[in-house]
Design a binder for this molecule. Sequence first.
Ligand SMILES: NC(=O)c1ccc[n+]([C@@H]2O[C@H](COP(=O)([O-])OP(=O)(O)OC[C@H]3O[C@@H](n4cnc5c(N)ncnc54)[C@H](O)[C@@H]3O)[C@@H](O)[C@H]2O)c1
Length: 281
Amino acid sequence: MINKAGVLGAGQMGSGIAHVLAQQGIEVVLFDIAEAQLGKAVAGIEKNLERQAKKGQLESAAIPAIMGRIRTTQAMEDLADCDMAIEAVTEKEALKLEIFRKLDGIVKAGAILASNTSSIPITRIAAVTGRPDKVIGMHFMNPVPVMQLVEVIRGLATSDETFAATTALVARLGKETAVSADYPGFIVNRILIPMINEAAFALFEGIATVEDIDKGMKLGTNQPMGPLTLADFIGLDTCLAIMNVLHEGFKDSKYRPCPLLVKMVEAGYLGRKTGRGFYTY
Ligand SMILES: NC(=O)c1ccc[n+]([C@@H]2O[C@H](COP(=O)([O-])OP(=O)(O)OC[C@H]3O[C@@H](n4cnc5c(N)ncnc54)[C@H](O)[C@@H]3O)[C@@H](O)[C@H]2O)c1
């Protein structure tokens, strides 16, 4: 049973993970190197809880107790007595390996060490620790309090016990598990990002306009939005980075990034965040 969890990284994902854990009665120690990020995370979580209360999804009287379960720290040592640690720091392999090496020496024996990485092999992360059987991938979707799915990724050495405890936690958070083996893109990005890349190829090759590609997929396959609209939301730089992970990971030309996608990223047309992507905002 997980009563106390550490969350490493208080960015977009880490703050969402801390939010859903605390809401289910779990004590959270939220760790980041940047003090400003910790303050921003706490304020953001409170605002999101208030929004949930306004929508009737939560009693507003419950908010102080939920917030009271979240403690922030800039010292990793404060995670020592956690039953589980979930890492959500910046997506850089060297950084994650360093964090797991250190975490392994701090968090009590027997505790599970999970990573929210989108692209770094769990098996590689596990190998720098002395407890590879206790290391697992927990890939939450953004925004965490809203999205139903968590991809759970088993590294080569992940034990059945670790897997069972992790999926039990996902269920306790009111979310669903999709189980993936430890290969590039896991399930969702493996299928979603090549679809977006193919939509970029359709545009690049003059098959159809931006609007008709999106209309075709939205109305023709019942998706809530077309692939190019979605790419603008995700960020074209993120889409390209994931295509590169698939291309390099599988060494298969079917994952080659569309030249138009590459060119748009070079131009700084990254989607909504820069005001211009496949659409202009
Ligand atoms: N954003 C998404 O849609 C999404 C979805 C699923 C998974 N992920 C994954 O989640 C992870 C975090 O992504 P994010 O979007 O929350 O990033 P973010 O940039 O919002 O947050 C990263 C946080 O890590 C902190 N950090 C950096 N170095 C640190 C260190 N040495 N020690 C402690 N904290 C440190 C930063 O201060 C920052 O607060 C990444 O691995 C990413 O691939 C992101």
